[in-house]
Design a protein around this ligand. Structure first.
Ligand code: T5A
Ligand code: NA
Length: 208
């Protein structure tokens, strides 16, 4: 039996990731391709609850501790990710390890290698769709500025870190266009990835 694809959306805050996750899921469903959504941070777990309070500025924690919590939040889901992919379900994921490293490299000031270390060994994405949005467009989108990292200076540094993390399975998508235009590109890349990884083993972060 063929496995599902591990498809991850990355990008800055308000790039349109959640919107595209929903649109892609619907399009896959319309094509009878088994698919499921996964969101990071998963704010519904015990660890996710602390992360949520930190992002909403209700608690203070050292940036390094928060970094490890974000990673632990992904490790909590490792088995379910693996099981879903193995039974043929494609996962459509809203943020993953690259967000972890890109944001924490800015908030902790530590090297990217330090930031990537806790996620090593987690399942690796087959496709990373990086949604690119300009600072101008970002600010016009609803609810901008409420959470902890939603400041211009942080975002431009995070954007730089993301670029350093890109590997051959990343694609950069211009997310400044309409939702439907972005979706057409996304769907195209996703369908190709689902086909290409069917008989491939699931990779591991930093071992791929
Ligand atoms: N973080 C996360 C870490 O530091 N380490 C980690 O390991 C992880 C996993 C929360 C924060 O946590 C940090 C990164 C973040 O700062 P989050 O919950 O994913 O992460 O928060 P956001 O990225 O801020 O999520 P948002 O939901 O706000 O942004 P999305 O998902 O990118 O954008 P979306 O789809 O909700 O769209 C935002 C608005 O824009 C509109 C939508 O309708 C919506 O109103 N929109 C468009 N408008 C015009 N044109 C388009 N093409 C549009 N697409 C969407
Ligand atoms: Na989101």
């Amino acid at each position: 039996m063929s496995r599902g694809a591990f498809i991850v959306f990355e990008g800055l805050d308000r790039a349109g990731k959640s919107t595209q996750v929903s649109m892609l899921l619907q399009a896959l469903k319309d094509r009878s391709i088994p698919a499921q959504k996964q969101v990071f941070p998963d704010r519904t777990t015990a660890i996710g609850g602390i992360i949520n309070d930190y992002l909403a500025k209700k608690v203070e924690l050292p940036s390094e501790a928060v970094h490890l919590l974000f990673s632990a939040n992904r490790w909590e889901c490792k088995n379910s990710i693996q099981e879903s992919l193995e039974k043929g379900t494609t996962l459509v994921v809203d943020r993953y390890a690259a967000s972890g490293a890109a944001y924490s490299s800015v908030t902790t000031g530590r090297p990217l290698e330090w930031c990537r270390a806790p996620d090593q060994g987690l399942p690796a994405p087959d496709l990373v769709l990086f949604l690119e949005v300009s600072p101008e467009a970002q600010k016009t989108r609803p609810d901008w500025g409420g959470e902890r990292f939603e400041r211009d200076e942080t975002q431009s540094k995070v954007a730089k870190s993301f670029r350093q993390l890109a590997t051959s399975n990343w694609v950069f998508v211009d997310a400044g266009r309409t939702k439907e235009e972005v979706h057409q590109d996304v769907l195209d890349f996703a369908l190709k990835a689902i086909e290409a990884c069917k008989q491939q083993p699931i990779g591991k972060l930093d071992e791929s």
